[in-house]
Design a protein around this ligand. Structure first.
Ligand code: SAH
Length: 370
């Protein structure tokens, strides 16, 4: 029951803040969780391993828990429905032409994974097949079938010849259409290539970014640092309302995408740095005595490094907007900042992943005037 899921998630956020961090929430604005109006078919991306079952039939799906045996999946109720149609076409194509399927144990066979992406705002669709080889036989037949799907924009092959669990190799070739699909979050445009990171629930992502923007309460004069910025989505979202935005991210390719996306949107007040936030930020603070009015952090599940929180405290931004995918580490980090002169003002949970255990939360901290 979706209502019950939302209730469980909201209670988990509250219990982490009260029990791990010891906050008295009667002084904090804790808004009710924002769920999805339609919590189905919300994912824009899926990557499925391809295999064969004992009867020699092609299967595509997810691995059974703690195994590498694929459970065939015909319909996924949280995936864009177009993806379900694509799997069917690809599965039938592979079966009909008896195309060899990759076997993890022997490292032999061709087709490893199928990856599909749908841009919800433009309707553009991308399909990428990951193969252990140089060529996909009967490629033209597959293209003919796939281009019947409305919105088909890009069909690619990714070459992964390594004996590894990593899904994609480095080389990609477009065999039909464009190298990328285009999507929008709010007014910001993104070109998404098969290897780019992109949020998987674009509808709720927009809700999160709008909330982050509301919490930051920008007037156009502020300097904003967006730490753990990924492809710069939050930075670009805020750039229009700020004087200057700086993004920091550890994955180089993501920063290359961020810079490209800034250009694509004619944003010239966003600058991006490659490196660990806990190294870049103290470095910039010591060398260039940088200033920040607002610092946004969106760390992975393990949360922020304590040394990063110390640097944030030294820089003294007026506001810290914390976007979190784990309420437990959020609570730990908020407690630390609350002990160093920041007051927890607002908390908003957002259901980014209905029917899963994941919880996204945004918190606003304000510097106390001492
Ligand atoms: N804000 C982005 C991405 C958030 S996901 C968005 O909304 O799309 C967290 C990001 O933190 C990932 O891109 C990951 O590569 C990056 N990351 C992980 N550890 C990091 C570190 N120590 N310093 C900087 N970035 C880091």
């Amino acid at each position: 029951n979706y209502e019950k899921q939302l209730e469980i998630k909201q209670n988990r956020v509250i219990s982490c803040l009260e029990r791990i961090a010891g906050f008295d929430l009667s002084y904090v604005e804790v808004a009710p969780i924002i769920g999805m109006e339609d919590p189905y078919y919300y994912r824009n991306k899926v990557q499925l391993p391809v295999g064969k079952n004992k009867e020699g039939k092609i299967v595509m799906g997810f691995y059974a828990k703690r195994t590498h045996s694929i459970i065939n999946m015909e319909t996924c109720y949280i995936q864009s429905d177009i993806n379900n149609d694509i799997f069917k076409i690809v599965g039938e194509f592979l079966q009909r032409n008896n195309i060899s399927i990759y076997n993890e144990k022997t490292h032999k066979g061709l087709v490893r994974h199928i990856i599909t992406r749908v841009a919800f705002t433009t309707g553009e669709v991308m399909v990428c097949l990951v193969i252990n080889g140089k060529k996909l036989g009967k490629q033209e037949e597959l293209i003919k079938e796939l281009t019947k799907i409305s919105g088909m924009t890009s069909i690619c092959i990714n070459y992964n010849l390594e004996n590894t669990n990593v899904i994609m190799g480095e080389k990609v070739k477009t065999i039909w259409g464009r190298d990328y699909i285009t999507d929008y979050i709010g007014d910001i445009k993104y070109q998404i290539s098969p290897t780019s990171f992109y949020q998987v629930n674009p509808i709720q992502t927009k809700v999160i970014y709008e909330k982050a923007l509301e919490f930051a309460d920008l007037t156009g004069k502020e300097t904003v640092w967006d730490l753990y910025c990924g492809i710069g989505t939050i930075s670009l979202f805020m750039a229009g309302k700020a004087k200057q935005v700086y993004g920091v991210e550890i994955v180089e390719d993501a920063i290359l995408d961020a810079r490209r996306n800034a250009k694509l949107n004619n944003i010239d007040n966003a600058e991006f740095f490659i490196g660990a936030a806990e190294e870049i930020l103290p470095g910039k603070y010591k060398e260039d005595s940088i200033h920040a009015d607002v610092i946004v952090v969106d760390p992975p599940r393990k949360g922020c490094d304590e040394s990063l929180l110390d640097t944030i405290v030294e820089i003294k931004p007026e506001k810290v907007v914390y976007v979190s995918c784990d309420p437990a580490t959020l609570a730990r980090d908020l407690k630390y900042l609350a002990g160093k002169g920041y007051e927890l003002k607002k908390v908003q949970a957002i259901d980014q992943f209905p029917h899963t255990v994941h919880i996204e939360t945004i918190a606003l901290l304000q510097r106390e005037i001492l």
